[in-house]
Every structure is written in C-alpha cells, then in structure tokens.
Design a protein around this ligand. Structure first.
Ligand SMILES: *Cc1c(COP(=O)(O)O)cnc(C)c1O
Length: 358
C-alpha cells in the first residue's frame, strides 16, 4: 500500500503511526472485546483515554489550572457562536481583526449575537497578511479581542500575538501545537481538530475558567462553557473516537518531542518558500513577514499553468494542492504530520515543472 503525499488543508494528513495503532486497536480495544467506539463513555476504558488526552494537551501546551481544557462538538465553526454567546455581554463590544476568510466567518457569527468592532481590516488585501499591533483600533473596555492565528485559506499567520488588556481569543484551528505558544497570554484558544490534531467534527477549547462565568443564565446548557467545564466535557456523549485519535496524536507529538516538531515545521516551510522565491515562475501570495508555516500559498503565471501543475502533481502522488476555491492558485498544507521528505519531493517536482514550463 502506498500512502500519497497529502497536502489537503483539512481534514489533513495524520501520522501514519497513529493510523496504524487505530487500525490495530479498532476491533478489540485492549482485550475489552469491543472497539473504543463501542465502549461506554462512562466506562473506565474510555475515561482513561479522555483523561490522558487532556493531560497530554496540558503538558504539551503548558496549560495551568486556571484554564479548562474542553473537547466540544461542532468543529471550530460552532465556536464562532459559542464565544460571543458566552463572553460578549449585553451592551458590551467585542473587537475582531479581519485577516481573511476564517476571520470573516467568525465576525459574521459574532455580529448575530452582539456588538462587534473591527479593530483592523486587511482581509481583502493581496498579498495577504495579518494586522500589526500598531494598527489595532481597540474598544475601551472591550469584551475580548478575537484573532485568527493562521488564515488557512490565504496562508497568512500571526508571528507575534498582539498584547492587549482585554482577553485575547484565538482561532488556532490550523496552527495549534505547531509552534510554542504561551497560553497565559490568552483568554481562550480554540481549534477544530482536523488540521493538526485528529479527525473533523470536534474542537479543542482552552479557556480561562473565570471567563466562563460571564454567560447569561438563560443560555441553553449545551451552549455554555460552564456546563462543559463542570462536567469535564462529559455533559453528554463526547466525540469519543475523535478524542481517542487526538490522544494518539498527542502521544505521537510527545514521542517525537514537541520542540523537534516545531523546528521541523519551520524548516519544512523555509524549504518550500525557498523554492518559491528561487524561481520567478512562482510567486508567493502572503507578505513575507506573515507567511504561514502551515499553509503555503503561491501562484503560477496563469490559471492554465496552475491547472497543469496540479494535474501533473496529482499524477506523481502529490494530492490536495489546489488552492481554496475562493482564491485559486496553489496551496500546500504542511501540518505537523506532513513528512519533510514530502516537501523535498514537491520542491524537486516544482524545479522540474518550472524548467519545462517557465
Ligand atoms: C478549518 C478552519 C475552521 C473551520 O473548522 P470546522 O471544524 O470545519 O468548523 C475555522 N477556522 C480556521 C482557521 C480553520 O482553518
């Protein structure tokens, strides 16, 4: 069986070792005579998985007891609503930066709930980028500032997070655990699992516990962070299998060493940007200072050449390189689990394609 080089933005490539363990354990989980998928979420076997996943996230990200670590359903998009429902009190204003498609979606949902101030807007700019600290026009006494740590579609990433008085809320869906982060700088961090952590449909939320107390009492239980904090993400049946895979991914990160993975991410991205910059045939679509280490985006001289590039790449086993339908071009998503050899192989293909078509 040959595994392709999967550059998909999400769901995205997972470590092969994780998939193999899941396969080996799928039918009979640790001599229980059943799959972990079939196992009671209140039982000992699943409880151990759930607790280890939380402990590993706490260890890998240095999460203190002031924060809750939650596994919630509905992916990252559900968090676009949860956040204002829980943190944006009546009469208050929340600040949002618009850096692109994902930020815009978060803003759209927040506006349905309460007052939103756009603290900086570079969402439509090409080359793409994220705002600078100096640009931010913050609300006095704002409820929080929301940023999108990494714009998965356009390939722009915050390299230094802004320092603000209000709680900082970050959508880290596409760069969580890809680099060192000081959790204490944030009020809330959230991420859909399907880019760097596991399967789709669930989200990891790290929230400073006191922020969960802001929620209006009339909010339905399922939509309150406070409910999930009180119940350890077991208010209802959690996405058990997704959390099981997340646990395997966190074990894999620990086994590699988080710092090793962070270093590899920088080096994989540098290799790919190096190839883009080395050849006039290719042009990167993000401002150099904001280039994402996770989603590398670039263009070729014409859409016809881009289509040809994608076609030939596919034939050689490089899958998922087509840019998002809203922006076109090429996008290579090179998350934690994407192997360095795959980047090297793509770079060799790019050199060859550039020579033949440039
Ligand atoms: C993928 C992604 C989302 C959406 O995640 P879902 O789990 O599909 O809701 C949100 N924000 C960012 C930055 C993403 O990359």
């Amino acid at each position: 069986m040959a595994r392709c080089y999967n550059f998909c933005a999400g769901p995205a490539t997972l470590p092969q070792a994780v998939l193999e363990t899941a396969r080996d354990e799928l039918v009979d989980y640790q001599n229980s005579g059943m799959s972990i998928m079939e196992s009671s979420h209140r039982g000992k076997q699943y409880a151990a998985v759930h607790e280890e996943a939380e402990a590993n996230i706490r260890e890998l990200m240095g999460v203190s007891d002031d924060y809750a670590v939650l596994f919630l359903q509905g992916g990252a998009s559900t968090q676009f609503a949860y956040i204002p429902i829980n943190l944006l009190g009546e009469g208050q204003t929340a600040d949002y930066t618009n850096s692109g498609a994902w930020a815009a979606k978060a803003i759209k949902e927040a506006k349905l709930i309460g007052n939103v101030n756009i603290a900086a807007d570079c969402g439509a700019e090409i080359p793409t980028r994220v705002p600078s600290q100096e640009e931010l026009q913050l609300t006095d006494g704002g409820a929080y500032l929301h940023i999108t740590s990494n714009e998965t579609i356009s390939g722009a990433q915050w390299k230094t997070y802004p320092t603000v008085d209000a709680p900082l809320v970050a959508d880290m869906s596409s760069d969580i655990l890809s680099r060192p982060v000081d959790v204490n700088q944030f009020g809330l961090i959230y991420a859909g699992l399907q880019k760097n952590l596991g399967p789709s449909g669930a989200a990891l939320v790290i929230i400073r516990k006191e922020l969960a107390e802001r929620v209006p009492a009339s909010t339905p239980s399922m939509f309150k962070y406070a409910t999930h904090i009180a119940q350890g993400s077991m208010f209802n049946t959690p996405p058990c299998f997704s959390i099981y895979i997340l646990n395997l991914v966190t074990r894999w990160i620990k086994a590699q060493g988080a710092q090793t993975i962070f270093d590899q991410n920088v080096s994989k991205a540098a290799t790919l940007y190096g190839a883009i910059d080395a050849d006039d045939f290719y042009s990167g679509t993000a401002v150099t200072d904001c280039r994402s280490d996770m989603n590398v985006t670039w263009r070729l001289p014409s859409e016809a050449l881009e289509a040809e590039f994608i076609k030939q790449a596919e034939a050689q086993g490089f899958k998922g390189l087509k840019g998002h339908r809203s922006v076109g071009g090429i996008r290579a998503s090179i998350y934690n689990a994407f192997p360095a050899e795959g980047v090297d192989a793509l770079v060799a293909f790019m050199k060859d394609f550039g020579l033949k078509n440039g």
